[in-house]
Design a protein around this ligand. Structure first.
Ligand SMILES: Nc1ncnc2c1ncn2[C@@H]1O[C@H](COP(=O)(O)OP(=O)(O)O)[C@@H](O)[C@H]1O
Ligand SMILES: [Mg+2]
Length: 359
């Protein structure tokens, strides 16, 4: 545990109806950190938040907050608030009253409440909206009210469970930037849940990649993107080409029928591996100048780049380009040694906590 660790889960196991949905999970979250739990639906993200919020008790394991064990402490005695995707604002109260609500419950006198609510209205950019009814607000504005309401009593931690899921893409992008700013201005620890890898990479100090109740990798967005621990993480984090390979020795790999230099070391002699190549890392050349020769099969414009599928001797590679290649064009593809990512093959049972990066 580090000095500035605020929340610590130690070997936490949760079961529903005999099914383990969190499996011996351990995780440290630092004070003032923006941490995101990322993983496909059903992997246990919400359950992890509920453990920290006190809404679910672990079958095994311990939860620590600021160094104290808090198993069994009820939610209202934890310094933690939650924002959900369905933000459940009170429709009969206006914006001001919605934000003020928690302070009233805590019996904070009126003259103390007023400056706190004002501070929150400014924080979420809703000055002037005090008297609006909830149904007179856009989805994004409603989400701001929900955030203000959850922050008004200055919790140590804000748990956010897919809070932008109901918003359209443009609004979601705006709110991502807003949330990051709000977190930095308030210095409150944010634990965010999403299944959207771009959202996780954009906002977080660290990302926790989960699958089937396990943590696969913990690291900064760059660690996770550049050094995924296995093919699942690589595939989940960004579109990737993943093929089988054989690692003959350090710096020496064969995949797709080619023996090529790579930058990886420390594998067993002739170990079967997963080879991951990002679609944006290919270098395109004349067909006879590349390591692989292929034919463009399809091309789709993705807004800033083209996504091509290239057939190279029966292996289909995904390739991102800024130049447009018509289907049928013959091209060469090459990859630099350090853009070839070699990964140990992992069976489902072997998933283990993998600490990536700075710790
Ligand atoms: N109250 C519950 N009763 C039974 N099973 C549940 C309950 N809540 C969640 N689960 C199951 O636990 C697993 C993890 O759920 P959850 O933590 O909500 O995943 P996520 O938030 O990552 O989508 C899922 O398989 C889900 O169906
Ligand atoms: Mg969930």
């Amino acid at each position: 545990m580090q000095k500035n660790t605020l929340i610590s889960l130690r070997n936490v196991t949760v079961e529903y109806d005999g099914d383990q949905v969190l499996k011996n999970l351990s995780l440290d979250i630092n004070d003032k950190e923006f941490v995101t739990l990322l993983g496909p639906s059903g992997c246990g993200k919400t359950t992890t938040l509920k453990i920290i919020g006190g809404f679910v008790n672990p079958k095994e394991g311990d939860v620590f907050f600021d160094g104290k064990r808090i198993n069994g402490i009820p939610p209202y005695q934890r310094h933690v608030n939650t924002v959900f995707q369905r933000y459940a604002l009170f429709p009969h109260l206006n914006v001001y009253e919605n934000i003020e609500f928690g302070l009233k419950i805590s019996k904070i006198p009126e003259d103390k409440r007023r400056p706190l609510v004002k501070e929150m209205l400014a924080l979420v950019n809703l000055k002037g909206f005090e008297l609006r009814k909830i149904d007179q607000l856009s989805g994004g504005q409603q989400q701001r009210v929900a955030i203000a309401r959850a922050l008004v009593n200055h919790p140590r931690v804000l748990l956010l469970d897919e809070p932008l899921g109901a918003l359209d893409l443009k609004l979601r992008k705006e709110m991502q930037i807003e949330l990051k700013r709000i977190q930095q201005e308030t210095n409150i620890t944010f634990l965010y849940v999403t299944h959207d890898q771009e959202e996780a990479l954009t906002m977080s100090d660290r990302v926790v990649v989960m699958k089937d109740g396990n943590i696969l990798q913990i690291g900064t967005p760059t660690d996770i993107y550049n050094e995924p621990v296995n093919a699942f993480v690589a595939d989940f984090i960004g579109e990737s080409n993943i093929v089988d390979g054989v690692m003959h020795a350090d710096y020496d790999v064969t995949f797709a029928g080619k023996r090529l230099p790579c930058a990886d070391v420390g594998f067993a002699k002739d170990e079967a591996v997963d080879v991951v190549i990002r679609p944006e890392d290919w270098k395109v050349s004349e067909p006879d100048q590349g390591q692989f020769a292929g034919v463009v099969e399809s091309i789709v414009f993705k807004g800033v780049h083209f996504e091509n599928i290239v057939d190279a001797g029966g292996v289909k590679w995904m390739l991102h380009t800024t130049q447009q290649y018509d289907p049928g064009t013959e091209i060469g593809l090459s990859i630099l040694p350090f853009d070839i990512h070699i990964m140990h093959k992992m069976s489902e049972e072997e998933y283990d906590v993998q600490e990536g990066g700075e710790e």
